[in-house]
Design a protein around this ligand. Structure first.
Ligand code: ATP
Length: 281
């Protein structure tokens, strides 16, 4: 899958070098078939992870307005058993949140073992919007790259599979989507004058995203730059990345489920022996 994957810190990224379009040769029909089989695999892996309780998954979705965060959530969650999924949206911090450190509101939503958490925006806003709009002094937001990297390392040490997606759209595609929202009564509720204002800071956001990806990429918490002008390709790339990240854990989850099953059988056999081999009434 040609999505740009960044898994080491210090590697420079230029978003303008990465296409927002699907690569040549990938057809929508092939993508639909692949997407379907990935979704089935992801569902099975989720069931194993849920039972084994060794790991969790954190999916962070970032992108400019109208980049497709909501649509991506719908597709990831649609493939999963909702029992084990928690979607959290991070908007402008409340007074209480602002009066704590910037990770306070985020950490409590980290997934527990067995579960998925999907973040619609995240702690990265504190080095994106906070930087672009000078919401805090520069030394403060600069120090946050280190705090974020340490935080994600902590989550990974606890068994969380951390995956971060930047939904990469072109300026033209954003304009098209924002105008469509105006025209279509069924999506007009999404209209927000702020989206047009933020668009004026397009280049500042580009710089901010490039810094984030350069400074906060790690093997245990990679960034993916997802070509997102076509929704079907965006969904495929995310499904591919999530499934590929879970796959290596499959055997450990099966082993744990086997061991738990053996333990359950042993306890049951002991219980029955205690009752002289009879079932309780
Ligand atoms: P979205 O565009 O994410 O689908 P939305 O436009 O409906 O959602 P909200 O969910 O109300 O808006 O809030 C998103 C807004 O909150 C964005 O403008 C974002 O920059 C801002 N925001 C999120 N986190 C922070 C933060 N830590 N500091 C300041 N602003 C933040």
């Amino acid at each position: 899958m040609p999505a740009a994957r960044f898994d080491e810190s210090g590697r420079k990224v230029r978003l303008s070098d990465i296409s927002t379009d699907p690569p040549d040769g990938v057809t929508k029909e092939e993508a639909a078939n692949r997407f379907e089989s990935l979704n089935q695999e992801m569902f099975r892996l989720q069931e194993l992870m849920w039972g084994a309780r060794l790991n969790s998954v954190l999916v962070v979705l970032q992108g400019r307005d109208a980049a497709g965060k909501d649509g991506s959530i719908k597709h990831v969650v649609g493939a999963l058993n909702p029992r084990g999924v928690n979607v959290v949206s991070f908007g402008v911090p409340t007074t209480e949140e602002r009066e704590h450190d910037f990770l306070w509101r985020v950490h409590r939503h980290a997934p527990r073992r067995g579960e998925f958490a999907i973040f619609n925006r995240s702690h990265y806003e504190d080095v994106l919007v906070a930087r672009v709009h000078d919401l805090v002094p520069k030394p403060l937001w600069k120090a946050r790259y280190g705090h974020i990297s340490d935080f994600e390392e902590l989550l990974a040490e606890h068994g969380t599979i951390v995956l971060k997606f930047f939904l990469h759209i072109s300026k033209k595609e954003q304009e098209k989507r924002l105008l469509e929202r105006e025209r279509d009564p069924s999506t007009a509720w999404k209209l927000n004058v702020n989206d047009w204002k933020e668009r004026e800071h397009w280049d500042d956001y580009t710089d901010a995203y490039e810094s984030v990806i350069e400074k906060c990429s790690a093997r245990h918490a990679p960034w993916y730059v997802v070509p997102a002008d076509s929704k079907w390709y965006r969904n495929l790339v995310i499904a591919e990345a999530v499934t590929a990240a879970m796959r290596p854990y499959k055997q450990a989850w099966l082993d744990k489920l086997d061991a738990d099953g053996a333990e359950g059988r042993r306890a049951l056999a002991e219980h029955r022996r205690g009752h002289g081999g009879r079932e309780e009434d």
